[in-house]
Design a protein around this ligand. Structure first.
Ligand code: UDX
Length: 432
């Protein structure tokens, strides 16, 4: 099939490349000429394992094209995916849909025969209705259909999540569109993916509800970790014990720092905002937002306690600063809250992250990016493991820090306390 992806970010580029790899002809459109030039040269703007080679392979095959010419791409495609950003608005919780509506308007000029316009970006419930109104100004109803097809791609696992989705959700009441979408996804359905056709608003809500529930699960175990620390229970035993109940499931029950990323924080705020518009109180999700916001405060209090309330001039190392492993994404990472706070208290900070230097810390004094783990840990009073990169899982901290009384705060519970304590290093973790 002939598709075009409008927006080549985490969602558009990964989906476009993977659709091409399934044999479709795909045109990825972006208004950023530099990004398009780089993509044509095989330079990928995001850190996503496996994406570079898959992009090069499909670009070479001729199935995958990159362009800034949206009009031409729309004319050549029957299915048009909107994959532009829907960040939280600066002054509140609602999603900023300006990019989505601009694309809808631009597309409406080039629809002369039947086309399906799909929202793959995460958009609030009723956005499809609003896009429909925009198109009706220029296009006859019989010539288009607006379908919701939310993505469930995790950063760092996006290619696998695309090719082995638990479910494909298609929001449309139009039989013809549903049939076309079913054939587009046939290769994944034949490998076992469940195909769910629901109303458009239903599909929009499924996306938010799924992310909000996962965020709830994480906040739930994070709060239980706070309790476990007080009563001397190992939170990992609680996670395992709970997770063995098939109704609960063991995934997304790892206690850690506040959840971050471009989705959970944004999507929980957006669904709470939608509910407010429809005069419905989502009290649980609102408390998850509050609990997660407060989580960094709790962990920072513990840092203070570990350092006996003497943070000034202490040398603190952050191992990992991204919001999770296998990504370079810093969006709403808890390190963006914790590092400035510790600096304000007079700490001297070094950080190392396998995904490299972070411009987010440029504006601060006393923060240095270390080129490797060894130089980041040298002379540290406290080493905080913030992100669960594999690189940190079997380090010999005794030789790394050189300081006899170095302390480790493992915010991801990735180290074995017995091994660390054998080296006579004081070790703190989450929920233990
Ligand atoms: C999420 C959803 O998983 C995905 O389905 C959706 O399409 C986009 O948003 P992503 O934000 O990439 O994906 O990362 P995810 O792996 O879900 O982690 C989100 C945050 O939760 C991270 O900060 C991660 O560290 C944290 N997390 C995750 C935990 O703290 N504990 C867990 O057990 C799992």
């Amino acid at each position: 099939m002939k598709l075009c992806m409008i927006g080549t970010g985490y969602v558009g580029l990964v989906s476009g490349v993977c659709f091409a790899d399934l044999g479709n002809e795909v045109i990825c459109v972006d208004k950023d000429l530099n990004k398009i030039k780089n993509l044509k040269r095989g330079i990928i703007p995001i850190y996503e394992p496996g994406l570079e080679e898959l992009t090069k392979k499909n670009f070479k095959s001729g199935r995958l094209k990159f362009t800034t010419n949206l009009s031409d791409a729309v004319k050549r495609s029957q299915i048009i995916f909107i994959c532009v950003g829907t960040p939280t608005k600066k002054n509140g919780n609602a999603a900023d849909l300006s990019q989505v509506f601009n694309v809808a308007k631009e597309v409406s000029y080039d629809i002369k025969n039947f086309k399906i316009l799909i929202t793959k970006s995460t958009v609030p419930v009723t956005t499809g209705d609003k896009i429909e109104k925009i198109l009706l100004k220029k296009v006859k109803k019989k010539n288009f259909s607006i379908v919701s097809n939310p993505e469930f791609l995790r950063e760092g696992e996006a290619i696998r999540d695309f090719n082995f989705p638990d479910r494909i959700v298609i929001g449309t009441s139009d039989k013809k569109s549903n049939k076309i979408m079913k054939s587009l996804y046939a290769p994944l359905i034949s490998k076992g993916a469940k195909y769910l056709n629901t109303s458009r608003r239903g599909a929009e809500l499924i996306k938010y509800a799924s992310n909000a529930f996962l965020a709830t699960k994480i906040s739930f175990i994070n709060e239980l970790a706070n309790l476990s620390e007080k009563i001397g229970v190992n939170i990992e035993d609680v996670s395992i014990g709970m997770g063995l109940d098939k109704r609960i499931g063991g995934r997304f029950l790892r206690a850690g720092p506040a959840y971050g990323g471009s989705c959970f924080p944004k999507d929980t705020r957006a669904i709470a905002d939608t509910a407010k518009l429809f005069k419905t109180d989502l009290s649980i999700i609102k408390s998850v937002i509050k609990s997660n916001k407060n989580r960094s405060v709790i962990l920072l209090k513990r840092v203070s306690k570990i350092l006996k309330n003497k943070i000034k001039n202490k040398k603190i190392t952050f191992l990992g600063v991204t919001f999770k492993a296998n990504t370079d994404d810093m969006r709403e990472s808890s390190s963006l809250t914790m590092i400035p706070y510790l600096l304000k208290k007079g700490a001297k900070i070094k950080y190392y992250d396998p995904s490299g230097y972070k411009k987010e810390f440029e504006k601060f004094k006393n923060v240095t990016f270390a080129k490797n783990i060894k130089s980041s840990c040298e002379g540290a009073d406290l080493i905080i493991i913030h992100t669960e990169w594999n690189d940190f899982k079997s380090l010999n901290f005794k030789s790394l820090s050189k300081k006899r009384n170095v302390i480790i705060y493992d915010m991801r519970n990735i180290l074995s306390p017995e091994k660390i304590k054998k080296d006579k290093i004081s070790y703190f973790a989450i929920g233990k």
